[in-house]
Design a protein around this ligand. Structure first.
Ligand SMILES: Cc1ncc(COP(=O)(O)O)c(C=O)c1O
Length: 510
């Protein structure tokens, strides 16, 4: 784990604090929105005095007595994998009960949640999101806002709409969550890759990080290095800072501070997409369920020493937009997430939401919030659940990696594990000899993997520009999130290693 201090000897930004308005896309800035039921006060007679309690014959919102769902009782697990990995832990039997009109006015009821809701989230949910950001990633300036979204994918699309005009350049980590490339191209933006460097470590492992020197040099010498984009410097940098998808890299706080300084100096926005940020993991060790709980940490210890600070923490100018999701820390089917950023950026996102998606699903907010309130007792209890997920991911990563590092293919040096200290992905470098056509050979190797019965993602399939990244396309992304049992994870690692060995033994042929 990287220490959570910030670097001291970094270049200090010299550019004046820019106007946020100039960073918003023309499309978003010029968008108008009218609603037929909005209250009209323009042109009211001078002596007009509205009634304090008008009876609404205006809205098409059905009375809550029309909703067939009156009360929901939810049984909630105390641990992930509680019948296997944590089968010896104590359980509480108390269900979560959600009434139509809860007596506790702080709780969200079915009556409210099944009704039309606010764009930014139902009031109780929006308050929870704001408190959560304040508690965990409070930005270094005041004028920030939060809006709920339908998950990170949807939040990211709205961020692209809010910021990117046709012809705007967006920097991407060269291997990335490529769907965001589609969002950027959809609004006419131009994705440009930034190098990721893979480095040999003393323990013979491999680490990966953003090549900050490359990025700095690119920005300094933009017109010479990118003559086709002369005078068109980047508007934004899209980054997945923790458990980068697909490489698994986690940026240290120092790297984040340096990149923030570059953003400030060259006036671009940082779009921080952080679905795996909470799942920071202790270093790889031989899997051992009995001693897994020794990695349990207190909430304070976790927040201070394990959770890597969000870019929001470095943001003094409102140039970071953070996209979060409940997909990886609760359940993707909720389709729930949120976006945090400068109020002006969130304002244009809200306006767009009111045209496209409107409010996120009320039942999704209802379920999440009531479980957090009633089962976990609020934010810190919710973090406790995340810490249990962290232990479960630690164990599953250890099972998969140990199966690989004990294999012949690994011992013969055919594969190397890229250090993976967060989230749900590990990447493996395949040690092809110098001069190999990485993409051609890794595609061929994939057939061998499939023949042996193991499915992975090929790194180059997530390259933003395959030609740019050909030289470092010799890696595979492995997810330890989806299989059911330890035995399956172990078997997957062993099938993979056997397939690689066979491929090398056969002179890199199928
Ligand atoms: C980096 C990254 N961003 C966004 C998403 C999409 O998340 P959501 O399910 O919240 O739309 C994923 C999902 O895998 C992801 O890995």
């Amino acid at each position: 784990m990287a220490p959570s201090s910030t670097a001291t000897s970094l270049p200090v930004p010299v550019a004046p604090i820019p106007s946020i308005d100039a960073l918003i896309s023309r499309r978003a800035a010029n968008r108008t929105f009218k609603h037929f039921a909005a209250s009209i006060t323009d042109g009211a007679p001078k002596n007009f005095k509205p009634h304090p309690k008008p009876l609404a014959l205006s809205f098409g919102r059905p009375n809550a007595q029309y909703f067939p769902v009156k009360k929901i009782t939810v049984e909630v697990d105390d641990y992930p994998f509680q019948d296997t990995l944590f089968k010896n832990e104590e359980r509480s039997q108390k269900p979560v009960v959600i009434e139509r009109y809860p007596e506790d006015s702080e709780l969200l009821g079915t009556g409210e949640a099944l009704q039309y809701g606010n764009i930014v989230g139902l009031p109780a949910f929006h308050k929870f999101l704001t408190n959560f950001v304040q508690r965990i990633h409070s930005p270094a300036y005041d004028d920030w806002e939060v809006t709920a979204s339908n998950g990170a994918g949807e939040g990211l699309n709205k961020v692209a709409d809010a910021l990117i005009d046709p012809g705007d350049v967006v920097l991407f980590e060269e291997f990335t969550f490529s769907p965001f490339g589609n969002n950027v191209r959809n609004v006419g933006g131009i994705p440009v890759p930034v190098k990721i460097k893979f480095q040999k470590e003393e323990d013979d492992g491999i680490s990966a990080d953003i090549d900050v020197e490359y990025l700095s040099h690119l920005l300094e010498n933009w017109d010479e290095l990118k003559p086709e984009l002369k005078g068109n410097k980047p508007k934004a940098f899209y980054t997945i800072p923790t458990c980068q998808n697909p490489t698994g890299l986690t940026q240290s706080p120092e790297t984040r501070q340096k990149i923030y300084n570059l953003a400030s100096l060259h006036n671009f926005i940082i779009i921080e997409d952080d679905p795996y940020g909470y799942l920071t993991l202790p270093p790889f060790a031989v899997p051992d369920v009995e001693s897994l709980k020794k990695h349990d940490v207190s909430i304070d210890d976790y927040l201070q020493n394990h959770l890597v600070p969000s870019y929001l923490k470095f943001d003094t100018e409102g140039r970071v937009v953070r996209v979060e999701t409940f997909s990886k820390v609760f359940a993707p089917g909720l389709r729930l997430g949120f976006v945090v950023g400068h109020r002006k950026i969130i304002d244009v996102i809200k306006k767009y939401s009111s045209i496209v998606t409107r409010a996120p699903s009320g039942p999704a907010q209802l379920l999440l919030l009531n479980i957090i309130d009633q089962k976990y007792g609020g934010i810190d209890g919710w973090l406790e659940w995340i810490l249990k997920m962290r232990l479960a991911y630690t164990h599953r990563r250890n099972v998969l990696i140990s199966s690989i590092v004990n294999s012949e293919a690994y011992k013969l040096g055919y594969i190397k594990v890229v250090s993976c200290d967060a989230g749900m992905f590990a990447s493996l470098l395949v040690n092809f000899p110098q001069g190999t056509d990485n993409i051609q050979k890794i595609n061929l190797l994939n057939y061998k993997l499939l023949q042996h019965g193991v499915a992975v993602v090929l790194g180059h399939k997530m390259a933003i520009d395959e030609d740019f990244s050909e030289g470092s396309s010799n890696f595979l992304r492995l997810s330890y999130a989806c299989l059911d049992t330890d035995d399956e994870l172990h078997e997957a690692g062993s099938r993979l290693s056997t397939a690689v060995k066979e491929f090398f033994d056969n002179g890199l042929e199928y």
